[in-house]
Design a protein around this ligand. Structure first.
Ligand code: IMP
Ligand code: MG
Length: 182
């Protein structure tokens, strides 16, 4: 059984199988990089949950998971780049090797804010792993250690990414034309 395709989908960028294969490759990089250590995965609600769970299952090193939620105003011209934590982590980061798991890094405001904030909590190390990277729209520079796909400057949905809270549940990633949604 497969879900019906939502209206407004212009093109599938990455199929479920391509995403699974690429996550395996990136998980292998992470396993090698953190060999002999354990890793704390930090997911940013809600978009990164789907990627985080898929990634975690491919990791061979021991992992812990924790989540935070942010309010972002980075798409509003009134307050560009303003990000704050709306729901904080449950546990401390002291002496942990931390991997911040993101669905997409776009302007970079969210990732840079989280990186700076979490780095101040005494982790042993902190790095970013993102499913999608849209470097063409970057405004602030942020180091990305692990990434699955670079994408063009188009709005995308699926595998955790939403349009008005919909379509996170799709197994593939697609370009959406919001003018053609219902
Ligand atoms: P940044 O602070 O501009 O890097 O914003 C990243 C956040 O914007 C992501 O975590 C997403 O929630 C959202 N976002 C950016 N581009 C897209 C997209 O193409 N589809 C869905 N959400 C997006
Ligand atoms: Mg997000």
């Amino acid at each position: 059984m497969s879900k019906p395709l939502p209206p407004g989908i212009e093109k599938v960028l990455f199929t479920e199988e391509q995403i699974r294969d690429r996550i395996r490759q990136v998980a292998a990089e992470i396993n090698a990089h953190y060999h002999g250590k354990s890793l704390k995965l930090i997911g940013v609600l809600k978009g990164s949950v789907f990627f985080l769970t898929a990634l975690a299952r491919e990791l061979e090193i021991p992992v812990k998971v924790d989540f935070l939620a942010i309010s972002s105003f980075s798409n509003q011209s009134s307050a560009p780049g303003l990000v704050r934590i709306a729901k904080d982590l449950d546990e401390t980061l002291e002496r942990e090797d931390v991997l911040l798991v993101e669905d997409i890094v776009d302007t970079g405001f969210t990732a840079r804010y989280l990186l700076q904030t979490l780095a101040g909590r005494g982790p042993n190390s902190i790095a970013i792993c993102t499913l999608l990277d849209r470097t063409s729209r970057r405004i602030v520079q942020v180091p990305i250690q692990f990434r699955c796909f670079e994408i063009p400057d188009r709005f995308v949905i699926g595998f955790g990414l939403d349009y008005r809270q919909l379509y996170r549940d799709l197994g593939f990633i697609a370009v959406l034309n919001p003018d053609r949604t219902m």
